[in-house]
Design a protein around this ligand. Sequence first.
Ligand SMILES: [Zn+2]
Length: 162
Amino acid sequence: MSRKRRPAPSLSALLAERSAVDLSTPLVNGKHCRVWTHGRFSDGYGRLRWNNLQKGAHVLAFKERGGILTKTKSCVCHHCDNKPCIEPAHLFAGSIGDNNHDRDRKGRGGNLGESHWKARLTEADVRAIRADSRTHMTIADSYGVCRHTVLRVKARKSWRHV
Ligand SMILES: [Zn+2]
């Protein structure tokens, strides 16, 4: 007796299935936020395992709609400032500076460690990243962070206290 195997859901199906439009959010670019309803990173971004890597759900949503990250614009930022939001109309490629700007505006700057805006990483992650010999890009992908974050961790420009 063989049962038909259900084909693996596509990324777009997963993204749609695991999120819901939140009508209580303000309209940004004509749309309400579509909020991730599944697992989240400790800092609030949606988390999705895709191709065996833990990724930011907003990053996957951005790329799934054809969004492109470049060297200088390597972070997926939110127009709506709502981290679990994966509405493509609210996402844009920004620089580390744009993310920093976000942080400063929200008064979250200056903290150390896991309470910091980069708190997607834990101290254990930081140690693992420093010991990881894979490329920065691969490491960044597996932790769902920017390549620059990995660079900074490795160069001890951030997480210096670990
Ligand atoms: Zn949004």
